[in-house]
Design a protein around this ligand. Structure first.
Ligand SMILES: C[S@@+](CC[C@H](N)C(=O)[O-])C[C@H]1O[C@@H](n2cnc3c(N)ncnc32)[C@H](O)[C@@H]1O
Length: 186
């Protein structure tokens, strides 16, 4: 499923409700971790990525208390950040994206599109007012566009236009050791 919300309280609630025991969660833009704390106890592994120094500081005690939470201070617009995450977990169950709900829908869409295409989540939760408005207002006027899709959190069309070298790099990450296997279930 792909869920879009704007209101931050709703985003945190939906994320907390959607995560199942044992899930691997990749959360983009957790800021001080208020959204993360709502589900960290249930998840097998949380990879939280944020570029801000405040986020890095806030996550120090969170990572100490929750040994299943890892924080990466990275800019998610770069391929390097995705490459680091794929090395830790080649796939995830939940992908949550909140890099500021009000603006830059192009960045939100691009980041979510490439990260979900690589990590193939069961469910994506995206916080974006502009994407929400776009979906409310847009109407597809082309019968050739597929109407039914599998209920997962990524786009079936992803990768069709991905350059060969990027696809090869992503494929190579599959050969790395999957450290998530060493994290014990609670
Ligand atoms: C609105 S806050 C997230 C709020 C959080 N989800 C909550 O529930 O409290 C947006 C966060 O996205 C981060 N962010 C924005 N652009 C980013 C980028 N390109 N790479 C990584 N983090 C980014 C910001 O540093 C900020 O911490």
């Amino acid at each position: 499923m792909i869920s879009i919300v704007y209101e931050v309280g709703l985003y945190r609630r939906l994320l907390a409700e959607t995560v199942r025991k044992g899930d691997i969660v990749v959360e983009i833009g957790p800021h001080t971790g208020l959204s993360t704390l709502g589900y960290a106890g249930k998840a097998k592994l949380v990879i939280a990525i944020d570029k801000s120094p405040e986020a890095e500081e806030s996550f120090k005690p969170i990572c100490k208390e929750h040994r299943n939470v890892r924080f990466l201070r990275e800019d998610v617009r770069g391929f390097d950040a995705l490459a680091k995450v794929v090395k830790i977990a080649p796939k995830c169950d939940i992908l949550a994206v909140d890099i500021g709900g009000g603006r830059y829908s192009d960045t939100v869409y691009k980041v979510w599109g490439s990260w979900s295409g690589a990590l193939k989540p069961r469910h994506s939760i995206i916080r974006s007012r502009t994407l929400a408005e776009f979906l409310q207002r847009a109407e597809i006027k082309d019968d050739s566009v597929k109407k039914k899709f599998k209920d997962n959190g990524w786009l079936s069309e992803w990768g069709r236009a991905t350059p060969y070298t990027l696809r090869r790099q992503l494929g190579e990450f599959k050969n790395y050791v999957d450290i998530t296997k060493s994290i014990k279930d609670e």
